[in-house]
Design a protein around this ligand. Structure first.
Ligand code: SF4
Length: 456
């Protein structure tokens, strides 16, 4: 049997019911039935989630499966141990970048404020031998700013013959993988070309930071701490400008849950430490986040920017209206009874399916959709806040939501570091370097191999 959401004939996963939206199912793949657990699912403890449904035997090659399975604590400790050996030729600078949706997990799990949790996590990683610990919020700043520009450009270019809208977000690797590998055309041309925060952080660390430190990119081992397993898969595809020099932007992704396990099992003496920045000795003064409940806030930021840029309207609070369920919401900008902008947030597979269906039918009322594979958004990623039986720890998640909401919001435009980096690193806001470092391309618009199998 195959996944309800996977349309590939050869997909071997199981159908799930509506109320199991994004829940795990303990169904072995044929390989697992033969006692050979797929490497990816070994990592995910043999659970099949919506967000990793594409990581079934058909959608992830054997080679990818091996590379994903290699991104684990063992890989990380191997680098730490080599750094302790006399052979300096094998030493690497270890940099860890933490996603903002991971910090509330550590805070809730260890009953700390989010600031104390970040200092504890940073202190723990440094006590192990990590040299730098960064926050990926700066990379999300770039991703949102580039998405804002792209939306305005698409809106102005849009016409019946060559539709440039809707624009669909591309920061969630679970969704992008699904769009690329299963849906292909007509969905991929609608994906925003701005790279995800993880991909941009890879460029910042292996390109900008490496140059600043006079290091070759392959002398840096870059780890991302993330809320989901899907980001391990994403790390394999990062086309950073440094790739030609034999170094990926991200060498290893560890989930928040994997790091928490290391913290619980470790007996190292931890001295709390402040997060580093990419700018020499400057330390991160204050944690901040983007608007949006459990995501990096693409919808809210792009909505405000577009309202101002296209209609000269100042939007204060963004008001969401729940439609079919709490994971499908709508935001509109109206003037004199006319809808000027219609945005939606679609989280979880059921809602994604509806979006895609409407898109195919040509009855699509939205200019923009923030798409996330996990119901509830990134705080509910499958690499954190899980009970022993692989279900969401609802009490912990509730606590995490409160903690995340209390982090101060800062507009990406307000970051002086970002403005400086545009000039210093990318030669301006509209240069070829911006295109290379901050944008990507997707499969298509040609037909994917199995697109004929799609049942709309
Ligand atoms: S919604 Fe967030 S946590 Fe879930 S798969 Fe996408 S990026 Fe990962």
């Amino acid at each position: 049997m195959k996944c309800e959401h996977c349309t590939r004939k050869e997909c071997s996963k199981k159908t799930k019911t509506d109320d199991q939206e994004n829940a795990s199912v303990d169904v072995p793949s044929p390989a697992q039935e033969n006692g050979e657990k797929g490497e990816f699912h070994k990592l995910a403890d043999a659970k099949i989630f919506l967000s990793d449904c594409l990581a079934c035997d058909s959608c992830v090659s054997a080679e990818e499966g091996i590379q994903v399975s290699q991104q684990n604590a063992k890989d990380f400790f191997q680098v730490l141990n080599l750094n302790k050996k006399c052979d300096t030729s094998k030493h690497k600078v270890l940099a860890v970048s933490v996603c903002p949706q991971s910090l509330p997990y550590f805070a809730a799990k260890f009953s700390l404020s989010v600031t104390d949790a970040s200092r504890r996590l940073c202190g723990f990683l440094k006590s192990l031998g990590v040299h730098y610990v960064f926050d990926t919020t700066i990379a999300a700043d770039f991703s949102i700013l580039e998405s804002q520009k792209e939306f305005v450009r698409r809106f102005r270019q849009h016409n019946e013959e060559e539709p440039a809208l809707p624009m669909l977000t591309s920061a969630c690797p679970g969704w992008v993988r699904y769009a690329e590998r299963v849906l292909g055309h007509p969905v991929t041309p609608h994906l925003c070309t701005a790279k995800s925060p993880q991909q941009i952080m890879g460029s910042l660390v292996k390109d900008y930071f490496a140059r600043r430190q006079n290091l070759s990119p392959d002398k840096i081992f870059h780890v991302i701490v993330a809320p989901c397993y899907d980001k391990k898969l994403e790390a394999l595809q990062e086309d950073v400008p440094t790739a030609s020099r034999g170094s990926r932007g991200t060498d290893c992704v560890l989930t928040s849950g994997e790091i928490a396990q290391m913290m619980e099992q470790s007996d190292v003496l931890v001295r709390d430490a402040a997060l580093d920045t990419l700018f020499g000795d400057v330390k991160e003064e204050e944690l901040r986040r983007h608007d949006g409940a459990g995501s990096d806030g693409y919808l809210a930021h792009i909505f405000r920017h577009a309202a101002k840029e296209l209609f000269n309207e100042d939007v204060g609070e963004v008001t969401y209206r729940a439609l079919r369920n709490k994971d499908f919401q709508e935001v509109t900008l109206e003037k004199s009874g006319e809808v000027l902008l219609r945005f939606a947030a679609a989280y979880g597979f059921r809602n994604i399916q509806n979006v895609v269906l409407k898109l195919k039918k040509g009855k699509f009322p939205y200019h923009f959709v923030e798409v996330l594979a996990c119901a509830g958004g990134c705080l509910n990623g499958r690499g954190q806040a899980q009970t022993a039986d692989g279900r969401t720890d609802k009490a912990l998640l509730q606590k995490m939501k409160g903690i995340y909401a209390d982090i101060p919001v800062q507009l990406p435009e307000a970051s002086t570091h970002v403005q400086e980096l545009y000039q210093e690193w990318l030669d301006g806001t509209d240069s070829p370097r911006v295109q290379e470092a901050l944008h990507t391309a997707y499969q298509g618009p040609g037909q994917p191999t199995d697109s004929r199998d799609i049942k709309w």
